[in-house]
Write a protein that binds this ligand. Sequence first.
Ligand code: AKB
Length: 320
Amino acid sequence: MRKILVTGALGQIGSELIVRLRDIYGSDNIIASNRRIKDGHEELIKSGPFEIVNINDIIQMAEVIDRYKVNTIINLAAILSAVGEKDPMACWDINMNGLYNVLELGRKKNLQIFNPSSIAAFGPSTPPDKTPQDTIQRPTTMYGVTKVAGELLCDYYYQKFGVDTRGVRFPGLISYETLPGGGTTDYAVHIYYDALKKGKYTSFIAKGTFMDMMYMPDAIDSIINLMEADPSRLIHRNAFNISSMSFDPEELAASIRKHIPDFQLDYDVDPVRQKIADSWPNSLDDRAAREEWGWNPKYNLDLMTEDMLEKLKIKLDIKD
Ligand code: AKB
């Protein structure tokens, strides 16, 4: 029986992953954790075990792992790209020193570990279109540096100590439950809120900037399917390219206009986030994930837009 500790559980991914994991494995077997309580997550906190855990405190983490007999960690605690550029040292501390603690506990206590990487693990010298699974990785953000180093560290713990580490390179993730916290791809979430609330959106990412994106239900499936995959089929383990769509702000706006015909998009480009976006690939080649563990996303841009608008209308209490 799995006993899973999820770090960063009150973030954009965690808040939806916890619900799915509790459905599949049983509420008592999923220990949600976060470094602090955040408003708006009362229901999640009450729906099963919840602990305050700081991944930089290995003693605190070890105590929680022992108390609940945890055998799996899904490590979602991280600082994202835009915030990482404002405070690179904090980004390194949480993303790398925190991961090191997670891996050390994995080694000492024989745990399976999922640690997400990102399209940010690539940089301006990476082939930008249909970026291969194995290619040049010279990122130019601190977040990207921690993601490449994290991929390598997870590989090392598998090869040297046999720790069952696994991970994917997430693209921009779009969801309606919890807002993303300080990434470059966040515009693709904010646009849906403003489309419904104001009928217009000012994008901080420029027209013509293509990035890979994914709807949250597919991202959640990727974590669960990879963790459950037959290990003998995994060649890459820690850094699978996964992708379900690639678009620029104009294509996203066109998809929204199929439901809100008067929706207006204009631009006030943020040079910091634009520079980050320009350093990332336009689209990834995800054949290794498809071949090694059956990655097969369900949502394309229009299916995602339809569902996002429908769910957000309910959440924001917007009547037709
Ligand atoms: C970010 O924009 O920083 C994240 C990511 C692509 O990893 N959404």
